[in-house]
Design a protein around this ligand. Structure first.
Ligand SMILES: Cc1ncc(COP(=O)(O)O)c(C=O)c1O
Length: 383
């Protein structure tokens, strides 16, 4: 949920025009190159981007796919997770994480989050494991990585696959480890508003398990055998990153770290200037978030968001309804013929946070003056 407020004196939540404007000439060149060689699906640009992004994440392989939801579903399918399995998912995430699990026929098992970071709670994760549990999806939400140590230890102790949902964490690090390099595989989204955003839909799986990479590449391309394009030895589907998006992503990738550094500077300014009653989400020791979103927790969200809207300042809520309370969940279960109904459960930390969280403007082109303006309006609303 976002308000798109954008007046001359206001501050947009995210101004994608300005984010992309600086690379206009490179984009034109990329488009011309693709048009000239005439490969619109696959081709050298996809291979190049896959190589570059795997290197960036510190993994051995990358498979470009159609979007971030597919990336997660394909990882699960590649790991042969499906009907009869449970996959642990933090309830505070975008619904796509749960959709991907349901799409395989596996059942999402929602767990609560930590009150300070709003990321998956390792204790709740351990408590939710049972004989059907096959995997844990650690969602690096808002740009901050889930601390790799405790969650990896839990997965290893129970023989579970640890999958990263890194859709909001391109370039995030934790004690020198990059998002995407911690679990058996990670899913990324290149939706335009992401830290590395395409000019359309796109996604990727990264992994250092080369057999898994081969399986995922095949499933994402109609289950084709590597050596024979009309032998379909796996049950597949079509989920490919198209050539033009790959070319544009290669153009943008060298700027990702600089963009993340500007996001970090904006967040540091927020921390200095925010009024006391606006509490930013905590950063764990050792974490270097990519600050996809600037999240604060407040008591009086309706009044504060009204004041932001009145001042022409864009804002959002990520997310107002935790996954375990989403009405679509029952239908997702039914459609996938998941034997059990969704569990009616109380996950108090996420439920409380859902009514208090507020996303402030954040992007690599947000200026410190704009941050100051947002903080002024927040200060006025709370005085
Ligand atoms: C945490 C998370 N997971 C998965 C996705 C799904 O990505 P896509 O929209 O590319 O399918 C998103 C995208 O918004 C996301 O934020």
């Amino acid at each position: 949920m976002t308000s798109g407020a954008n007046r001359p004196s206001g501050v947009p939540f995210l101004d994608l025009g300005s984010v992309n404007n600086g690379l206009r000439e490179e984009f034109d060149l990329a488009w011309k190159t693709v048009l000239d060689h005439g490969h619109f699906v696959g081709g050298p640009e996809v291979e190049r981007f896959e190589r570059e992004f795997a290197t960036y994440c510190g993994t051995k392989a990358c498979i470009g796919v159609a979007n971030g939801t597919d990336a997660l579903e394909l990882i699960l399918r590649g790991l042969r997770i499906g009907r009869g399995d449970e996959v642990i998912v933090p309830t505070n995430t975008f619904i796509a994480t749960a959709e991907a699990v349901c799409a395989t026929g596996a059942r999402p098992r929602f767990v609560d989050v930590c009150p300070d970071t709003l990321l998956i709670d390792p204790g709740a994760t351990a408590a939710a494991i049972n004989s059907s549990t096959a995997a844990i999806i650690a969602v690096h939400l808002y740009g901050q990585m889930v601390d790799p140590e405790p969650i990896s230890a839990i997965a290893a102790a129970h023989g579970l696959a640890l999958i990263e949902d890194a859709a909001q964490a391109h370039g995030a690090q934790h004690q020198g480890r990059r998002a995407g390099s911690v679990g058996i595989a990670a899913g990324f989204s290149f939706y335009p508003g992401k830290n590395l955003g395409a000019l359309g839909d796109g996604g990727a799986v990264v992994t250092s398990d080369l057999a898994l990479a081969d399986r995922i590449r095949s499933i994402a391309n109609h289950g084709r055998a590597a050596a024979d394009r009309y032998l379909h030895d796996l049950a597949g589907r079509n989920s490919r990153l198209d050539t033009l998006q790959a070319a544009l992503l290669s153009t943008k990738l060298p700027w990702l770290d600089a963009g993340n550094a500007r996001r970090a500077a904006a967040m540091a300014a927020y921390r200095m200037m925010l009024p006391q009653r606006c509490t930013p989400v905590s950063v764990q020791p050792g974490a270097e978030p990519a600050y996809h979103l600037a999240i604060i927790q407040v008591e009086d969200r309706p009044e504060i968001s009204d004041a932001l809207t009145a001042a022409g300042i864009g804002w959002g809520v990520h997310y107002p309804i935790p996954c375990h309370q989403q009405p679509a969940l029952a239908t997702l279960h039914e459609r996938a013929s998941i034997a059990q109904k969704p569990i009616a459960q109380k996950l108090p930390v996420a439920e409380r946070a859902a009514s208090r969280i507020l996303s402030l403007p954040m992007s690599p082109v947000l200026t410190i003056e704009q941050v100051a303006r947002v903080c002024d309006v927040l200060g006025g609303a709370l005085s």
